[in-house]
Design a protein around this ligand. Structure first.
Ligand code: SAM
Length: 209
């Protein structure tokens, strides 16, 4: 894996194994803010709020959520699934900020209070084998694309996420593919196509009514 600078000055990682960047090269922070914070976290009124992230990766989505939680003084429980945690050298290259590094240093499989508003619960597990015992108000669906990891975008996965979501909850993703939208609809989601971040025409937001 190698750390890369993106067009808005924020950093991401390129995975040689999957042949994809963790975020858009048109702007990692811009994409995370647009797809997950604005269209996801900010679209629900639940307070306290329970967030699930598929693919913790660089921790950027968690980092931006932590800031939003602190700004709004909204207690946020943030559960993140990750099968392949990034190495320490990459964490250090991504940011010098102690709080950012504390997201990565937090132990796995237990809730950890990072700030008074942000509790992180990282699970080192395979999404394909994961059962959810909590219920969620927001889901950040940030897997690698269907082109390289089609198994992450299957009907069973979306059905289990739908079952784990509270009424009124939303799931957002950068992906706007018709197949993905139809799979979401087939398990009960109401799906909107929203304008995408820089470099992408559209994104999806799926709601559980
Ligand atoms: C697009 S990146 C996520 C970017 C991340 N949200 C961030 O803010 O940096 C996709 C992530 O899914 C993880 N992943 C791949 N296969 C997985 C699996 N079967 N179960 C859980 N996580 C997986 C990858 O290791 C990678 O961190």
């Amino acid at each position: 894996m190698s750390v890369t600078l993106t067009a808005d000055g924020s950093k991401t990682i390129y995975s040689e194994h999957f042949g994809e960047h963790y975020h858009s090269i048109f702007g990692a922070a811009n994409e995370s803010n647009h797809v997950f914070i604005e269209a996801g976290y900010s679209a629900v009124t639940a307070d306290p709020v329970s967030v699930l992230e598929i693919g913790f990766g660089t921790g950027l989505n968690a980092w931006l959520t932590l800031h939003q939680a602190d700004r709004l003084q909204k207690v946020t429980r943030y559960e993140a699934i990750e099968l392949y945690p990034i190495d320490n050298a990459s964490v250090c290259e991504l940011s010098e900020h102690d709080l950012f590094r504390s997201l990565h240093a937090a132990p796995w499989e237990q809730p950890v209070e990072i700030t008074s508003c942000f509790v992180l619960y990282k699970r080192k597990s395979d999404l394909l084998q994961t059962a959810f015992t909590s219920s969620f108000d927001v889901v950040y669906f940030d897997a690698f694309s269907p082109a390289v990891q089609s198994e992450m975008w299957g009907r069973d996965i979306f059905a289990s996420l739908y079952a784990a979501m509270n009424p009124g909850a939303v799931l957002t993703t950068y992906c706007a593919k018709g197949d993905v939208r139809r799979t979401m609809q087939s398990v009960g989601f109401t799906v909107e196509r929203l304008p995408g971040p820089a470099g992408k025409r559209e994104m999806l937001r799926a709601g559980k009514i």
